[in-house]
Design a protein around this ligand. Sequence first.
Ligand SMILES: [Zn+2]
Length: 383
Amino acid sequence: MKANIYKGKRLLLKRRRRDAMADADAVDADDSGAQKRKEMADDEGEAAEGEKCCLISYAQLPDYLKDNEYILKYYRADWPLKQAFLSAFRWHNETLNIWTHLIGFFLFLGLTMVHLNGVPRVMDLLNNFTSSFAMAAVVNASDNNLDFFTETRTTRSSEIFDQVVDQNKKTITREAISSSGGAAARWPFFVFLGGSMFCLLSSSICHLLSCHSRRLSTLLLRVDYSGIAVMIVASFFPPIYYIFQCEPRWQFIYLAGITAFGLLTLSTILSPAFSAGGFRNLRVLLFLAMGFSGLFPAVHATVVNWSEPNRNVTLLYEAAMALSYLIGTLFYLIRVPERWKPGSFDLAGHSHQIFHVFVILGALAHYGATLIFLEWRDSVGCV
Ligand SMILES: [Zn+2]
């Protein structure tokens, strides 16, 4: 009886152990299934992510990204923000659009830093140093010749010394006047540099992140167009401020006029009806009208300063600026060269990249003219 009970217990234990092992196997099986499902899901996720971040063709683009039918491939669409951001370092049809204006932004940032850190003051120091050096050299040279011209020693050396000291005094006096408020105000110059940086950076960000979503694309395009309007208005400030510094009435009329025009353009650009798309030509027309309104103060300034020796140089710089902007705009409008051979300029050489380069060249030409206006007003002042 006892033996039977014992045998029964052993069988029970054996069965329990078997059931437990079966359960464990089942759990293991479940675990490995889950793991497999997870791995598969991960694979699918990666595939989806990868698929999402693949470059696609114009035909596959969502409507909001369709802009240039002559660029056929290498588009990004609906990419996550992180991937869109990192795509600055990948090849696609916007890479050069991003970098042309980003490099332009850093260029103008560098110029701003240079002027903020007072490089002109370094130049003044160098001038002082070289003139002191020249003075010492002249005195030494005249002293060396004393063996032969002893009788004229005092007279000649003191004359030369007096001349150099006089020259130095003039320089110091001019600097003293400048530093005591005689120099022209710098803020219009920095308005131009700041406006240019805003335009170039917003354009670069727009090209980088517009592929994320329709909403962000609409927002960034508005910021991009606003940047162009801001840059045009900001470009007017240095020439008008410095040229008409001694005629505050005209200075105010022209600066208020272009600012009002800029605000009108901004309100048009930012209106919901305008951002619906299909306003490419109207947009360009508005920007061109803003730019060409500069002809009024330009003609006025040329007539008033007809005998000014710097006139031709500044006109040349400004003509180079206008030509650069016009050529760039022409490329933007006619979409050449990609129109001639669709698909051949997808990555490099298409019209928008050429337009960007001409925008930077135009801004640099205007920077050159602005430096001349600034130096001229520093030296002339108002009498
Ligand atoms: Zn652009």
